[in-house]
Write a protein that binds this ligand. Structure first.
Ligand code: ATR
Length: 291
């Protein structure tokens, strides 16, 4: 790829950031669509985030993704905050607008629902309750995505119940009481009549214990998805596949959140293709989730 005086630049800001798969993703799309662009990782040390953000505008970058530990700080640093980012309480994408202002967005909820729409076209969000396990950063984006998709009831279950209660209260206004918090011990029984089970905990990730849950009560028509994508087929997805549930892996969430960011920066809505998935899977995926 030729880098010249007209190359448009974007990147990902984090600390550490060398594990990020976003450079692989975006640079694949530059090649695919013949765009004169480059996407790089910016390791920004603690205390330097604010100056890095000013630098984005000063250097004429299109924008940046933001990852741990700056997702909340990105909201403060931006001039404008999108509705989703405000509700989630974190941003993963910064867009430098024409006038030089920075807008903080969160494309993780789009990534989550878009992944499901492609991977489980039969999933009808309005028809049945969803069960969401976990109440961390990934869970917030998943909840906003599900609320906006019109899910009638979300059964939110976390090992530390207090975190789920707080999350439910924070999203309460927009959620119009649709989030119901249950105890961790109720996770198997909560699957009754559900149309979707989403794991947003780190359980099932390589090196972590598997999620201990009895899928017996889950309808066979339900969709099961996991935010964990290392391994691609977690023990949860394997068990669900064996009993006939439609399963959607977590890699798609990473890919689709990037679609939205790429379009905002470069004006082209890229496709998620088998070739792109293979490109990422060919790389050594670290034990991580799209958070
Ligand atoms: P992320 O931002 O990726 O969502 P996180 O904010 O650290 O990561 O959240 C991790 C989630 O996995 C939390 O819901 C956590 O539960 P707690 O809030 O109780 O800590 C959940 N989790 C991690 N290890 C777990 C375990 N052994 N059993 C049950 N839940 C676990």
């Amino acid at each position: 790829m030729l880098i010249n005086g007209k190359t448009a630049v974007a990147g990902v800001i984090g600390w550490p950031v060398s594990h990020s798969k976003s450079p692989l993703l975006h640079n694949f799309w530059f090649r695919e669509y013949g765009i004169n662009g480059a996407y790089v990782a910016f390791p920004v040390a603690p205390g330097r985030f604010e100056s890095a953000i000013s630098g984005l505008v000063a250097l004429g970058l299109k924008g940046a993704n933001v990852t741990v530990p700056y997702k909340e700080a990105a909201l403060e640093a931006a001039d404008l905050v999108s509705d989703e980012a405000a509700r989630i309480g974190a941003a993963n994408t910064l867009v430098v607008l024409e006038d030089g202002r920075i807008e903080a967005r969160n494309t993780d909820c789009f990534g989550f629902t878009e992944n499901l729409r492609h991977g489980a076209p039969g999933w009808q969000p309005q028809r049945a309750p969803a069960v969401v396990l976990g109440a961390g950063g990934a869970s917030r984006a998943v909840l906003v995505g599900l609320l906006d998709a019109g899910v009638p009831e979300i059964r939110l279950i976390n090992r530390s119940r207090a975190k789920a209660d707080t999350l439910s209260k924070q999203l309460g206004t927009g959620g119009s009481g649709r989030i119901r918090v249950l105890d961790w011990e109720e996770r198997s029984a909560a699957l009754q009549d559900a149309g979707l089970l989403a794991n947003t905990t780190s359980l099932g990730m390589g090196g972590q214990p598997a999620l201990d849950i009895d899928l017996g009560a889950l309808p066979e028509t339900a969709t099961v998805t996991d935010a964990v994508y290392t391994p691609l087929e977690t023990p949860l997805l394997k068990a669900a596949r064996h009993r006939g549930n439609v399963c959607v892996d977590g890699l798609g969430m990473l890919l689709y959140q990037a679609v939205s960011a790429f379009e905002a920066w470069f004006g082209v809505r890229p496709d998620v293709t088998p070739a792109l998935r293979a490109h990422l899977l060919g790389a050594d995926l670290p034990a991580a989730r799209p958070a």
